[in-house]
Design a binder for this molecule. Structure first.
Ligand code: ADE
Ligand code: ZN
Length: 326
């Protein structure tokens, strides 16, 4: 088969997807209408035309504005169901989905509304589409550690509905160690731990995500390229990097996909995976990320198998399921 067909057909896990980043402009407008929320854009086309980013922060400003239409449990359900249907159609058999509760609780939406809606979508998608899905609660790093602790406290009655915690939002100026104590608490609670690090930030942020937070996976991590000792460690420990090629392109982390360093990271022996990050904003779901990256960099069939296999190795599914999938 041709490479694009193989990339689309191969079973894979998606491990770096922000559910609020799967909100398509059409759904933003439909929910705005349903909920009586005013948007600063006149049309779907006008909103879409605002999707031109120069760095992470320029994206986050629009991403948080888009999420303002989410008010009721059904809104969170509809958003997650739409993503899971799309993912299943792209042969994603397992998804570990980030959500940003503080984006919603800050607007007065109770955390139960957020988590119950997302969780119900995961349960129904499993039954109706056969896709397995789990939730990872992310703390917003531009807010305080105290705010993260309050969020964790609110979420704990729903502890059985998420498998871990992550760290996202504005990276520069908000190093992982700012969240040392709340991650230590999450570790005691037996939650899985991941963190965005080395997207725009320096290799030092990856070191502290590993050594201070005890992150099991690094989200993005592409700046590890600039630190040989770090690369050696990530390879030796097989700490997964959840890389998002189209995100890195659209946020100007790399000037072109041809210059993306995923091939070098893979060649250095790291457990690299391919993911979509915020597909509604970056112009492609997971298979577009694979196809466009492979076309631009000349990766081939052996790399496709390696990346699919890595996605299962890097996932938090139980060991038996992992063996069966790999
Ligand atoms: N939130 C959503 N997408 C993100 C990204 N790429 N980096 C940091 N925070 C995010
Ligand atoms: Zn991300």
């Amino acid at each position: 088969a041709r490479l694009p067909e193989l990339l689309a057909a191969m079973p894979k896990a998606e491990l770096h997807i922000h559910i609020e980043g799967s909100l398509e402009p059409e759904l933003i407008f439909a929910l705005a209408q349903r909920n009586g929320v005013a948007l600063p854009y006149a049309s779907v086309a006008q909103l879409r035309s605002a999707y031109a980013f120069s760095n992470l922060q320029s994206f986050l400003d629009i991403y948080y504005a888009g999420a303002s239409v989410l008010l009721h449990e059904q809104d969170f359900y509809d958003m997650a169901r739409a993503y899971l249907a799309r993912a299943a159609s792209e042969n994603v058999v397992h998804a570990e989905i980030f959500f940003d509760p503080q984006t919603h609780t800050a607007r007065g939406v109770p955390i139960e509304v957020v988590i119950q809606g997302l969780h119900r979508a995961c349960v129904d998608a499993r039954a109706e589409l056969g896709i397995s899905a789990a939730l990872i609660l992310c703390f917003l790093r531009h807010l305080s550690e105290e705010d993260a602790f309050a969020t964790l406290q609110q979420a704990l009655p729903l502890r059985d509905k998420f498998i871990g915690v992550g760290l996202d939002s504005s990276e520069l100026g908000h190093p992982p160690e700012k969240f040392a104590r709340v991650f230590a608490r999450c570790r005691e609670l037996g939650l899985h731990l991941v963190a965005h690090a080395g997207e725009e930030g320096p290799p030092a942020y990856i070191w502290s995500a590993l050594d201070v937070l005890h992150a099991e996976r690094i989200d993005h991590g592409v700046q590890a390229q600039h630190d040989a000792a770090l690369l050696e460690r990530l390879a030796r420990e097989r700490t997964p990097l959840t890389v998002c090629p189209l995100s890195n392109l659209k946020l100007c982390v790399f000037a072109s996909l041809a210059q993306h360093n995923l091939p070098q990271l893979l060649a250095a022996g790291l457990c690299v995976t391919v993911n979509s990050d915020d597909p509604a904003y970056f112009g492609g779901y997971i298979n577009d990320n694979f196809t466009q990256l492979f076309a631009a960099t000349g990766l081939g069939v052996p790399h496709a198998y390696m990346l699919a296999r890595n996605s299962f190795e890097a996932s938090f599914v139980d060991a038996g399921t992992k063996r069966a999938w790999q």
